[in-house]
Ligand binder design. Structure first.
Ligand code: OSB
Ligand code: MG
Length: 376
Protein backbone atom coordinates (compact mmCIF):
# COMPACT_ATOMS: atom_id res chain seq x y z
CA UNK A 1 0.00 0.00 0.00
CA UNK A 2 1.04 3.59 -0.66
CA UNK A 3 0.10 6.73 1.20
CA UNK A 4 0.56 10.01 -0.63
CA UNK A 5 1.85 12.54 1.90
CA UNK A 6 1.88 15.59 -0.34
CA UNK A 7 1.31 16.76 -3.88
CA UNK A 8 3.45 19.64 -5.15
CA UNK A 9 2.30 21.59 -8.18
CA UNK A 10 4.66 23.75 -10.21
CA UNK A 11 4.41 25.75 -13.36
CA UNK A 12 7.61 25.89 -15.35
CA UNK A 13 8.22 28.07 -18.40
CA UNK A 14 10.44 26.61 -21.06
CA UNK A 15 11.27 28.05 -24.49
CA UNK A 16 11.14 25.47 -27.29
CA UNK A 17 14.42 25.06 -29.17
CA UNK A 18 12.36 25.25 -32.40
CA UNK A 19 8.91 26.79 -32.82
CA UNK A 20 6.16 24.27 -33.57
CA UNK A 21 3.24 25.16 -35.83
CA UNK A 22 0.03 23.16 -36.24
CA UNK A 23 -3.26 23.97 -37.96
CA UNK A 24 -4.47 25.45 -34.65
CA UNK A 25 -1.50 27.70 -33.90
CA UNK A 26 2.16 28.39 -33.28
CA UNK A 27 3.99 27.43 -30.07
CA UNK A 28 7.35 29.02 -29.27
CA UNK A 29 7.50 28.44 -25.52
CA UNK A 30 5.68 26.11 -23.19
CA UNK A 31 4.00 26.78 -19.85
CA UNK A 32 3.96 23.36 -18.21
CA UNK A 33 2.29 22.02 -15.07
CA UNK A 34 4.46 19.47 -13.28
CA UNK A 35 3.28 17.52 -10.27
CA UNK A 36 5.53 15.88 -7.73
CA UNK A 37 4.13 13.42 -5.23
CA UNK A 38 5.74 12.42 -1.96
CA UNK A 39 5.22 9.11 -0.23
CA UNK A 40 7.23 7.58 2.55
CA UNK A 41 10.48 9.28 1.56
CA UNK A 42 10.04 8.52 -2.14
CA UNK A 43 9.16 11.13 -4.72
CA UNK A 44 7.76 10.84 -8.23
CA UNK A 45 6.91 13.31 -10.97
CA UNK A 46 4.16 13.65 -13.53
CA UNK A 47 3.72 16.08 -16.43
CA UNK A 48 0.44 17.59 -17.51
CA UNK A 49 0.40 17.83 -21.31
CA UNK A 50 -2.31 20.50 -21.55
CA UNK A 51 -1.21 23.43 -23.68
CA UNK A 52 -1.21 27.10 -22.79
CA UNK A 53 -4.54 27.50 -24.59
CA UNK A 54 -7.49 25.11 -24.92
CA UNK A 55 -6.88 24.65 -28.66
CA UNK A 56 -5.97 20.95 -28.90
CA UNK A 57 -8.64 19.94 -26.38
CA UNK A 58 -10.83 21.70 -23.82
CA UNK A 59 -8.03 21.71 -21.26
CA UNK A 60 -5.29 24.28 -20.72
CA UNK A 61 -2.57 24.54 -18.10
CA UNK A 62 -4.79 26.95 -16.19
CA UNK A 63 -7.81 24.65 -16.05
CA UNK A 64 -5.50 21.76 -15.12
CA UNK A 65 -3.89 23.76 -12.32
CA UNK A 66 -7.19 24.73 -10.72
CA UNK A 67 -8.74 21.28 -10.97
CA UNK A 68 -5.57 19.64 -9.64
CA UNK A 69 -5.42 22.09 -6.74
CA UNK A 70 -9.08 22.05 -5.77
CA UNK A 71 -10.33 18.59 -6.79
CA UNK A 72 -7.73 15.99 -7.72
CA UNK A 73 -4.80 16.48 -5.32
CA UNK A 74 -7.14 16.64 -2.28
CA UNK A 75 -8.61 13.28 -3.38
CA UNK A 76 -5.14 11.75 -3.51
CA UNK A 77 -3.41 12.99 -0.37
CA UNK A 78 -3.62 10.93 2.79
CA UNK A 79 -5.22 8.04 0.90
CA UNK A 80 -4.03 4.48 1.28
CA UNK A 81 -3.87 3.20 -2.28
CA UNK A 82 -2.53 0.14 -4.02
CA UNK A 83 -0.90 2.05 -6.88
CA UNK A 84 -1.44 3.89 -10.14
CA UNK A 85 -4.40 1.66 -11.00
CA UNK A 86 -6.28 3.06 -8.00
CA UNK A 87 -6.42 6.60 -9.41
CA UNK A 88 -9.32 6.38 -11.88
CA UNK A 89 -11.68 5.35 -9.06
CA UNK A 90 -10.40 8.16 -6.81
CA UNK A 91 -10.92 10.76 -9.55
CA UNK A 92 -14.15 9.33 -10.93
CA UNK A 93 -16.49 12.00 -9.57
CA UNK A 94 -14.63 14.65 -11.56
CA UNK A 95 -15.75 14.58 -15.19
CA UNK A 96 -13.27 15.23 -17.96
CA UNK A 97 -9.99 17.01 -17.11
CA UNK A 98 -8.16 13.94 -18.35
CA UNK A 99 -4.79 15.65 -18.84
CA UNK A 100 -4.84 16.90 -15.26
CA UNK A 101 -5.80 13.43 -13.99
CA UNK A 102 -3.09 11.78 -16.08
CA UNK A 103 -0.29 13.89 -14.59
CA UNK A 104 -1.14 12.67 -11.10
CA UNK A 105 -1.96 9.10 -12.05
CA UNK A 106 1.26 8.70 -14.03
CA UNK A 107 3.26 10.01 -11.08
CA UNK A 108 1.59 7.40 -8.87
CA UNK A 109 2.53 4.60 -11.32
CA UNK A 110 6.10 5.91 -11.30
CA UNK A 111 6.08 5.89 -7.51
CA UNK A 112 4.64 2.36 -7.45
CA UNK A 113 7.44 1.17 -9.75
CA UNK A 114 10.03 2.74 -7.44
CA UNK A 115 8.46 1.15 -4.40
CA UNK A 116 8.40 -2.29 -6.08
CA UNK A 117 11.91 -1.69 -7.44
CA UNK A 118 10.89 -2.49 -11.00
CA UNK A 119 11.05 -0.57 -14.26
CA UNK A 120 7.93 1.46 -15.01
CA UNK A 121 7.74 -0.17 -18.47
CA UNK A 122 7.59 -3.59 -16.82
CA UNK A 123 4.94 -2.46 -14.32
CA UNK A 124 2.77 -1.24 -17.22
CA UNK A 125 3.09 -4.61 -18.94
CA UNK A 126 5.62 -3.59 -21.57
CA UNK A 127 7.53 -6.19 -23.54
CA UNK A 128 9.60 -4.16 -26.01
CA UNK A 129 13.25 -3.27 -25.28
CA UNK A 130 13.43 -0.69 -28.03
CA UNK A 131 10.74 1.49 -29.54
CA UNK A 132 10.58 2.66 -33.16
CA UNK A 133 10.60 6.44 -33.53
CA UNK A 134 9.13 8.89 -35.95
CA UNK A 135 8.95 12.67 -35.91
CA UNK A 136 6.15 15.18 -36.22
CA UNK A 137 7.26 18.15 -38.31
CA UNK A 138 5.34 21.38 -37.88
CA UNK A 139 4.18 23.70 -40.63
CA UNK A 140 7.30 25.54 -41.86
CA UNK A 141 7.86 29.08 -43.14
CA UNK A 142 8.47 27.71 -46.64
CA UNK A 143 8.48 24.41 -48.58
CA UNK A 144 12.28 24.68 -48.84
CA UNK A 145 12.58 24.91 -45.05
CA UNK A 146 10.41 21.80 -44.76
CA UNK A 147 12.63 19.87 -47.17
CA UNK A 148 15.65 20.76 -45.03
CA UNK A 149 13.93 19.62 -41.85
CA UNK A 150 12.89 16.30 -43.39
CA UNK A 151 16.41 15.67 -44.72
CA UNK A 152 17.84 16.31 -41.24
CA UNK A 153 15.41 13.96 -39.51
CA UNK A 154 15.96 11.16 -42.03
CA UNK A 155 19.70 11.68 -41.63
CA UNK A 156 19.27 11.27 -37.86
CA UNK A 157 17.60 7.88 -38.50
CA UNK A 158 13.92 8.57 -37.79
CA UNK A 159 11.73 5.88 -39.33
CA UNK A 160 8.60 7.85 -40.13
CA UNK A 161 7.95 11.47 -41.05
CA UNK A 162 4.63 13.04 -40.10
CA UNK A 163 3.78 16.37 -41.69
CA UNK A 164 1.47 18.79 -39.99
CA UNK A 165 -0.94 20.07 -42.62
CA UNK A 166 -3.85 22.46 -43.15
CA UNK A 167 -5.67 23.91 -46.17
CA UNK A 168 -2.98 25.63 -48.24
CA UNK A 169 -0.20 23.47 -46.77
CA UNK A 170 -1.15 20.03 -48.03
CA UNK A 171 -1.40 18.56 -51.56
CA UNK A 172 1.44 20.59 -53.10
CA UNK A 173 3.68 19.89 -50.11
CA UNK A 174 2.99 16.14 -50.15
CA UNK A 175 3.71 16.11 -53.88
CA UNK A 176 7.06 17.80 -53.44
CA UNK A 177 8.06 15.55 -50.54
CA UNK A 178 7.06 12.39 -52.41
CA UNK A 179 8.98 13.52 -55.50
CA UNK A 180 12.18 13.72 -53.47
CA UNK A 181 11.52 10.74 -51.17
CA UNK A 182 9.23 8.26 -52.98
CA UNK A 183 9.64 5.47 -50.43
CA UNK A 184 9.83 6.92 -46.91
CA UNK A 185 7.13 6.15 -44.36
CA UNK A 186 5.10 9.36 -44.57
CA UNK A 187 1.92 10.52 -42.86
CA UNK A 188 0.09 13.76 -42.20
CA UNK A 189 -1.81 15.28 -39.29
CA UNK A 190 -4.48 17.93 -39.86
CA UNK A 191 -5.56 18.46 -36.24
CA UNK A 192 -9.17 18.82 -37.40
CA UNK A 193 -8.53 21.46 -40.07
CA UNK A 194 -10.95 20.03 -42.71
CA UNK A 195 -14.71 19.68 -43.14
CA UNK A 196 -17.03 17.46 -45.15
CA UNK A 197 -16.83 19.82 -48.14
CA UNK A 198 -13.10 18.99 -48.29
CA UNK A 199 -13.57 15.24 -48.66
CA UNK A 200 -12.91 15.21 -52.44
CA UNK A 201 -9.76 17.22 -51.78
CA UNK A 202 -8.55 14.74 -49.14
CA UNK A 203 -9.28 11.81 -51.49
CA UNK A 204 -6.69 13.31 -53.87
CA UNK A 205 -3.98 12.41 -51.33
CA UNK A 206 -4.43 8.71 -52.12
CA UNK A 207 -1.67 8.98 -54.72
CA UNK A 208 0.91 9.94 -52.08
CA UNK A 209 0.81 6.53 -50.43
CA UNK A 210 0.52 7.98 -46.93
CA UNK A 211 0.73 5.56 -44.02
CA UNK A 212 -2.19 7.45 -42.48
CA UNK A 213 -4.12 10.71 -42.38
CA UNK A 214 -4.45 11.82 -38.77
CA UNK A 215 -7.59 13.54 -37.44
CA UNK A 216 -8.63 15.35 -40.64
CA UNK A 217 -12.16 16.32 -39.44
CA UNK A 218 -13.72 17.62 -36.19
CA UNK A 219 -11.87 16.94 -32.93
CA UNK A 220 -14.88 15.17 -31.41
CA UNK A 221 -16.16 13.28 -34.44
CA UNK A 222 -16.56 9.61 -35.37
CA UNK A 223 -19.40 9.61 -37.88
CA UNK A 224 -17.94 11.87 -40.57
CA UNK A 225 -14.53 10.25 -40.24
CA UNK A 226 -16.28 6.97 -40.97
CA UNK A 227 -17.85 8.50 -44.10
CA UNK A 228 -14.41 9.68 -45.16
CA UNK A 229 -12.71 6.34 -44.39
CA UNK A 230 -15.19 4.64 -46.77
CA UNK A 231 -13.82 6.83 -49.57
CA UNK A 232 -10.16 6.09 -48.78
CA UNK A 233 -7.73 3.22 -49.11
CA UNK A 234 -5.36 5.25 -46.93
CA UNK A 235 -5.90 4.61 -43.23
CA UNK A 236 -7.37 7.34 -41.07
CA UNK A 237 -5.72 7.62 -37.66
CA UNK A 238 -7.72 9.19 -34.85
CA UNK A 239 -6.02 11.28 -32.17
CA UNK A 240 -8.26 13.99 -30.63
CA UNK A 241 -11.49 11.94 -30.92
CA UNK A 242 -10.27 9.03 -28.78
CA UNK A 243 -10.78 9.92 -25.11
CA UNK A 244 -11.05 6.42 -23.68
CA UNK A 245 -11.50 2.71 -24.42
CA UNK A 246 -15.19 3.12 -25.31
CA UNK A 247 -14.31 5.73 -27.93
CA UNK A 248 -11.72 3.36 -29.39
CA UNK A 249 -14.33 0.58 -29.57
CA UNK A 250 -16.88 2.90 -31.19
CA UNK A 251 -14.35 4.18 -33.73
CA UNK A 252 -13.25 0.66 -34.64
CA UNK A 253 -16.83 -0.60 -34.92
CA UNK A 254 -17.91 2.35 -37.07
CA UNK A 255 -14.72 2.06 -39.14
CA UNK A 256 -13.88 5.69 -38.43
CA UNK A 257 -10.18 4.79 -38.48
CA UNK A 258 -7.78 1.89 -38.99
CA UNK A 259 -5.00 3.19 -36.73
CA UNK A 260 -5.14 4.88 -33.33
CA UNK A 261 -2.73 7.36 -31.76
CA UNK A 262 -2.59 6.87 -27.98
CA UNK A 263 -1.64 9.88 -25.89
CA UNK A 264 -1.61 9.05 -22.24
CA UNK A 265 -2.65 12.58 -21.26
CA UNK A 266 -5.55 12.67 -23.72
CA UNK A 267 -7.07 9.46 -22.29
CA UNK A 268 -6.55 10.39 -18.64
CA UNK A 269 -3.58 8.31 -17.54
CA UNK A 270 -1.80 4.99 -17.86
CA UNK A 271 -4.81 2.88 -16.75
CA UNK A 272 -6.98 4.09 -19.62
CA UNK A 273 -4.02 4.07 -22.05
CA UNK A 274 -3.47 0.39 -21.27
CA UNK A 275 -7.21 -0.26 -21.68
CA UNK A 276 -7.16 1.40 -25.13
CA UNK A 277 -4.01 -0.54 -26.00
CA UNK A 278 -5.57 -3.87 -25.03
CA UNK A 279 -8.85 -3.18 -26.83
CA UNK A 280 -7.06 -2.24 -30.06
CA UNK A 281 -4.67 -5.21 -29.78
CA UNK A 282 -7.61 -7.63 -29.53
CA UNK A 283 -9.14 -6.12 -32.66
CA UNK A 284 -5.99 -5.97 -34.75
CA UNK A 285 -5.82 -2.17 -34.85
CA UNK A 286 -2.20 -0.95 -34.57
CA UNK A 287 -1.39 1.95 -32.29
CA UNK A 288 1.49 4.35 -31.79
CA UNK A 289 2.36 6.79 -29.03
CA UNK A 290 1.62 10.44 -29.71
CA UNK A 291 3.54 13.36 -28.28
CA UNK A 292 2.56 16.77 -26.87
CA UNK A 293 5.94 18.55 -26.91
CA UNK A 294 6.75 17.02 -23.53
CA UNK A 295 9.71 17.66 -21.29
CA UNK A 296 11.77 14.66 -20.26
CA UNK A 297 9.30 13.79 -17.50
CA UNK A 298 6.38 13.18 -19.85
CA UNK A 299 8.72 11.81 -22.51
CA UNK A 300 10.08 9.15 -20.10
CA UNK A 301 6.49 8.10 -19.38
CA UNK A 302 5.73 7.93 -23.11
CA UNK A 303 8.73 5.65 -23.59
CA UNK A 304 7.53 3.28 -20.87
CA UNK A 305 4.03 3.18 -22.42
CA UNK A 306 5.44 2.60 -25.92
CA UNK A 307 7.04 -0.63 -24.68
CA UNK A 308 3.63 -2.34 -24.77
CA UNK A 309 3.33 -4.87 -27.58
CA UNK A 310 0.68 -3.27 -29.80
CA UNK A 311 2.68 -0.03 -30.17
CA UNK A 312 3.86 -1.48 -33.46
CA UNK A 313 4.08 1.69 -35.56
CA UNK A 314 6.77 4.36 -35.07
CA UNK A 315 5.44 7.00 -32.65
CA UNK A 316 6.02 10.73 -32.19
CA UNK A 317 8.31 10.19 -29.21
CA UNK A 318 11.69 11.58 -30.26
CA UNK A 319 14.93 12.93 -28.79
CA UNK A 320 14.98 15.67 -26.14
CA UNK A 321 17.21 17.86 -28.32
CA UNK A 322 14.46 18.26 -30.91
CA UNK A 323 12.52 20.28 -28.30
CA UNK A 324 14.89 21.65 -25.66
CA UNK A 325 18.36 23.10 -25.52
CA UNK A 326 18.58 21.47 -22.09
CA UNK A 327 16.04 18.95 -20.78
CA UNK A 328 14.96 18.56 -17.15
CA UNK A 329 15.94 14.88 -16.90
CA UNK A 330 19.22 13.01 -16.95
CA UNK A 331 20.28 11.45 -19.21
CA UNK A 332 18.40 13.25 -21.98
CA UNK A 333 16.34 11.10 -24.33
CA UNK A 334 18.43 10.08 -27.33
CA UNK A 335 17.57 8.19 -30.49
CA UNK A 336 19.90 5.67 -32.16
CA UNK A 337 21.04 5.90 -35.78
CA UNK A 338 18.39 3.26 -36.54
CA UNK A 339 15.69 5.55 -35.20
CA UNK A 340 15.08 3.68 -31.96
CA UNK A 341 14.88 4.60 -28.28
CA UNK A 342 16.08 2.04 -25.74
CA UNK A 343 13.57 1.38 -23.00
CA UNK A 344 15.39 1.89 -19.68
CA UNK A 345 15.69 -1.18 -17.47
CA UNK A 346 16.43 0.72 -14.26
CA UNK A 347 13.97 1.24 -11.42
CA UNK A 348 11.07 3.64 -12.08
CA UNK A 349 11.16 5.67 -15.28
CA UNK A 350 14.90 5.06 -15.56
CA UNK A 351 15.65 8.79 -15.75
CA UNK A 352 16.66 11.22 -13.00
CA UNK A 353 14.74 14.45 -12.63
CA UNK A 354 16.97 17.55 -12.45
CA UNK A 355 15.49 19.49 -9.59
CA UNK A 356 18.04 22.33 -9.93
CA UNK A 357 17.02 22.93 -13.51
CA UNK A 358 13.32 22.72 -12.63
CA UNK A 359 13.78 25.20 -9.76
CA UNK A 360 15.39 27.66 -12.16
CA UNK A 361 12.41 27.38 -14.54
CA UNK A 362 9.64 27.49 -11.91
CA UNK A 363 7.28 30.49 -11.93
CA UNK A 364 4.69 29.32 -9.39
CA UNK A 365 4.27 26.52 -6.91
CA UNK A 366 1.76 25.17 -4.45
CA UNK A 367 1.68 22.25 -2.04
CA UNK A 368 -1.42 20.23 -1.22
CA UNK A 369 -1.24 18.20 1.99
CA UNK A 370 -3.85 16.53 4.15
CA UNK A 371 -6.86 18.85 4.35
CA UNK A 372 -4.75 22.03 4.38
CA UNK A 373 -3.28 23.76 1.36
CA UNK A 374 -0.03 25.66 1.93
CA UNK A 375 1.34 28.30 -0.40
CA UNK A 376 5.04 27.55 -0.86
O1 OSB B 1 -1.65 16.29 -32.81
O2 OSB B 1 0.03 15.07 -32.37
C1 OSB B 1 -0.55 16.17 -32.31
C2 OSB B 1 1.82 18.66 -30.65
C3 OSB B 1 0.93 19.44 -29.95
C4 OSB B 1 -0.41 19.18 -30.05
C5 OSB B 1 -0.87 18.14 -30.86
C6 OSB B 1 0.02 17.34 -31.54
C7 OSB B 1 1.38 17.64 -31.47
C8 OSB B 1 2.40 16.90 -32.20
C9 OSB B 1 3.78 16.95 -31.65
O3 OSB B 1 2.21 16.35 -33.26
C10 OSB B 1 4.33 15.62 -31.34
C11 OSB B 1 5.60 15.77 -30.60
O4 OSB B 1 5.59 15.85 -29.36
O5 OSB B 1 6.63 15.82 -31.28
MG1 MG C 1 -2.30 14.51 -33.77
Amino acid sequence: MLTIDAVHLREINMPLAFPFETSFGLTTARRILLVEIESDGLTAWGECVAGEHPYFSEESIDTAWIVTETELAPRLVAQEIVGGGSCPALFKQVRGHRMAKAALENAVWDLEAQKKKVALAELLGGTRNVIPCGVSIGIQPSPAALMDRIAEELEAGYQRIKLKCKPGWDTKIFEEVRKRWPNIMLSCDANSAYRVVDIDHIVEWEEFNLLMIEQPLWYDDFYFHSMLQKRLNTAICLDESIRNRRDALAAIDMESCRIINIKVGRVGGFSEAIAVHNATAERGIPVWCGGMLETGIGRAHNIALSSLQNFSLPGDVSASRRYWTEDIIEPEVTVSAKGEIYVPEGIGSGFTVRRDRIDALTVRRLTVRTAVRVMA
